[in-house]
Write a protein that binds this ligand. Structure first.
Ligand SMILES: Cc1cc2nc3c(=O)[nH]c(=O)nc-3n(C[C@H](O)[C@H](O)[C@H](O)COP(=O)(O)OP(=O)(O)OC[C@H]3O[C@@H](n4cnc5c(N)ncnc54)[C@H](O)[C@@H]3O)c2cc1C
Length: 509
């Protein structure tokens, strides 16, 4: 590639989590050799939610060279070991989606096959233990404990994983500092005009309300739901998934803590949606996610406010959203990252992850000025697969309900679902097998947690188990459980862990 083909000048429109995560990673990966300008508007602000994450965020921070404790200290961060789903398959029911694996696989056969055989054929009193009882993340979570995974691969506590809860605004601020140190220029102002090149349709410049024109070789649309470049300028359509994922409104409010800071997110199913509780070090994030066709805003607000603890720290804020994705994410010389590219509701905390994946995909497929179509096509195809995979996993939570106490849940039980999800449910229901691809975000253990948690169980034992007679199942299963119970007693409390390693230091920002 000749030097004149190289991208020298990148413009990022938007300074929410998407904008600053992108700026930070590009500054690092391009080794500050490319001019990067990020435009953000204080008057427009950011969406201001996005507090729960999944384990791969650790990899993103590590790639940036960020120290975990420093990041948690500055972003009001706490630990997340998984999600407690309450009242989902039915009222007064709880299950946990733990991060990491269930116990250990034997001889390349998934642990769940053994668990299922014990459940189906055992005669001992422990055969009805749910699968989550064999996840060390669950043992830690239910006791409000945390310490880093054991380094000894033989320990049952080496197999759990964790992510974070944090203040997304502070994370953006943290990454802004990181980016600016590496040469990213921040430009305050509102973009009011976007110009394209008449010959090839590429974006050539954006103009601010002040009249200042900013040119670039490559543009990244991180403008949130306004999708200023990808939609308003390039006209890429939004594919709506509200037929399968009904929720379209959220109400967010922050309160003070009254109880222990749980190392997990709570997702509590309500009449027409669900409620989140996300504990940060100094406050609780609460919110309702619901479908406005089934509940009006005031009733949703009343329901939420009746179910928060502690003092109100903010006024409740209503956020309307559409669930779906762009038809394309990269078009011409523009990539959409963050809410401008699409949105899947926050049930499994996947949005920041989609941002992270988009950024890394852009890094691997980083173009020259021509932005060859073969490159953009691959980027788009991989992103579509990722979106659809996560979409299916989220739909499963709604579809697998047995609740019939409201019109919303009745609809969910009977709604059409994508063929890909239908196949997965049927496959699992038969012998407990699953169709997992190497690139999938949600792996065997994630699907197992939600399927078995929602009471979808295999009708029969996996046939391969007929050849695995040598293991004394009741004894083995009991020893896993007892060992986890015993080990967890000696581990530190989550709050003590935070105090010792990464106490929030707002004044030191
Ligand atoms: C209810 C809800 C809960 C969520 N919870 C989670 C969660 O738990 N975990 C998770 O991973 N994700 C969650 N998300 C998603 C997450 O909040 C977003 O994916 C993430 O914050 C990225 O947002 P963004 O940067 O794309 O957009 P925004 O934060 O909206 O930022 C857009 C930026 O563009 C700028 N901008 C817009 N127009 C212009 C213009 N004309 N000129 C200049 N600048 C402009 C704005 O000023 C702002 O800086 C949640 C989302 C919602 C709606």
């Amino acid at each position: 590639m000749s030097v004149k083909d190289q991208i020298n000048n990148i413009v990022i429109v938007g300074g929410g989590s998407a904008g600053w995560m992108t700026a930070a990673m590009l500054a690092k990966q391009l080794e500050s050799k490319v001019s990067i300008t990020l435009i953000e508007s204080d008057t427009i602000g950011t969406v201001g939610v996005g507090e729960a994450t999944i384990p791969p965020i650790k990899v993103f921070n590590r790639m940036l060279g960020i120290d975990e404790n420093d990041f948690l200290k500055h972003c009001n961060g706490s630990i997340k070991l998984g999600i407690s789903f309450e009242n989902w398959p039915q009222k007064n029911h709880q299950y946990f989606h733990p991060f990491g694996r269930f116990a250990v696989d034997f001889d390349y056969i998934p642990f769940s096959y053994f668990w299922n055989k014990h459940r189906a054929t055992g005669t001992d009193s422990n055969k009805n233990r749910p699968l989550q009882d064999y996840a060390s993340a669950w043992h830690l979570a239910k006791n409000d404990k945390f310490s880093l995974p054991a380094k000894d691969a033989k320990s049952l506590f080496s197999g759990f994983d964790y992510a974070y809860h944090f203040d997304a605004g502070l994370y953006a601020k943290y990454l802004k500092g990181y980016s600016q140190k590496r040469g990213v220029k921040r430009q305050e102002g509102k973009v009011t005009q976007v110009d394209t090149n008449a010959n090839n349709g590429f974006i050539s410049s954006v103009t601010l309300a002040s009249g200042q024109k900013i040119t670039g070789d490559f543009f990244i649309d991180c403008s949130g739901i306004s999708a200023l470049l990808i939609d308003k300028t390039l006209g890429i359509e939004f594919i709506d998934w509200s037929k399968h994922l009904l929720c379209n409104q959220a109400i967010a409010v922050q309160t003070s803590h009254v109880k222990a800071i749980n190392p997990y997110t709570r997702s509590i199913a309500k009449r027409s949606g669900w409620q989140w509780r996300i504990p940060l070090q100094t406050r609780m994030g609460n919110g309702s996610v619901h479908c406005s066709d089934f509940i009006d805003e005031q009733s949703a607000m009343d329901e939420l406010m009746a179910d928060v603890d502690g003092k109100l720290l903010t006024e409740p804020r209503v956020i309307n959203f559409n669930v779906g994705r762009r038809e394309k994410f990269w078009h011409k010389n523009c990539v959409a990252i963050g809410l401008s590219s699409g949105f899947l509701e926050p049930l499994e905390s996947t949005s920041l992850h989609l941002i992270q994946r988009a950024i890394m995909r852009l890094v691997y497929l980083f173009p020259n000025k021509q932005c060859d179509e073969i490159n953009t096509k691959l980027y788009n195809q991989q992103t579509i697969e990722e979106y659809e995979h996560i979409r299916d996993f989220i739909i499963l939570h709604y579809k697998a309900t047995k609740r019939d106490d409201s019109e919303f849940w009745k609809y969910c039980q009977h709604m059409p679902i994508p063929d890909s999800l239908q196949n997965q449910i049927e496959l699992f229901s038969t012998h407990g097998h699953l169709d997992i691809n190497a690139k999938d975000l949600f792996k065997q253990d994630n699907w197992l947690a939600v399927l078995t948690g929602q009471n979808i169980l295999p009708k029969s034992v996996a046939p391969i188990m007929a050849y695995k007679q040598q293991i004394d199942l009741p004894r083995t299963m009991n020893s896993f459980y007892d060992m986890m119970e015993k080990t967890v007693k000696n581990l530190p409390n989550h709050e003590d862990y935070l105090k010792k390693n990464c106490l929030f230091q707002f004044d030191k920002m």
